[in-house]
Design a protein around this ligand. Structure first.
Ligand code: 5GP
Length: 205
């Protein structure tokens, strides 16, 4: 069975990655979203094991030492990491897995999994980004300022990605994500087994 594809989504806080991911999963239920581990406290409405696996710093550091992360990073003063075992199992089963991670984590993935697809999500402009973070209502002044300041730096990282999707109209942005994934699935390098199939058919006739 061919391995699944790893899809990395990054973008500044407030770009709307979470909304796009959940809409994308509705349209393409065969996709699997990796649930990260974090030391950030849960926001109202977030569920342990669904939004994130919430943990403390000591446990997170033990997981780093035990090599349990595919990648991990400290983002806005908290730790975040992708559980390696889950992702590897899903890929082996031929499933395409989405990682919604920051630019530091994406760099680690690029080093270790160069065949992954890297997509950068942008807000239409910085004012809209600020509005979206405020609307979420989950950040205090300090965290808001940090997220806006980091956004400028994060936007520069876009050039290391394969695709850029502006999240202006959600429906349109989701269509673009879906199109990228469908096209990536057709790449010759991901379809080597088709050659064997054609050869086999050729011999039989
Ligand atoms: P938030 O606190 O808003 O949920 O996430 C903050 C940032 O952490 C976002 O940019 C998000 O993409 C990133 N993030 C979430 N999970 C992971 C992860 O497992 N690894 C890395 N490197 N970043 C993550």
């Amino acid at each position: 069975m061919p391995e699944g594809m790893l899809i990395v989504l990054s973008g500044p806080s407030g770009a709307g990655k979470g909304t796009l991911c959940s809409q994308l999963l509705k349209r393409r239920p065969e996709l699997v979203l990796s649930v990260s581990v974090t030391t950030r406290p849960p926001r109202p409405g977030e569920i342990d094991g669904v939004s994130y696996y919430f943990t403390d710093e000591a446990r997170f550091k033990k997981m780093i030492d035990a090599g349990e992360f595919l990648e991990w990073a400290k983002v806005y003063n908290n730790y975040y990491g992708t559980p390696k075992k889950f992702v590897e199992e899903q890929l082996k089963q031929g499933k395409d897995v989405i990682l919604e991670i920051d630019i530091q984590g994406a760099r680690q993935v690029k080093k270790n999994c160069p065949n992954a697809v890297f997509i950068f999500i942008l807000p239409p402009d910085i004012e809209e980004l600020k509005k979206r973070i405020i609307k979420r209502g989950s950040e205090n002044k300090e965290s808001f300022d940090l997220r806006v300041k980091s956004a400028e730096e994060e936007l520069k990282a876009m050039y290391d990605y394969d695709y850029a999707v502006v999240n202006d109209v959600v429906e349109e942005a989701v269509k673009k994500l879906e199109s990228i994934i469908l096209a990536e699935r057709c790449r010759v390098k991901r379809n080597k087994e088709l050659l064997q199939l054609v050869r086999k058919e050729g011999c039989q006739s």
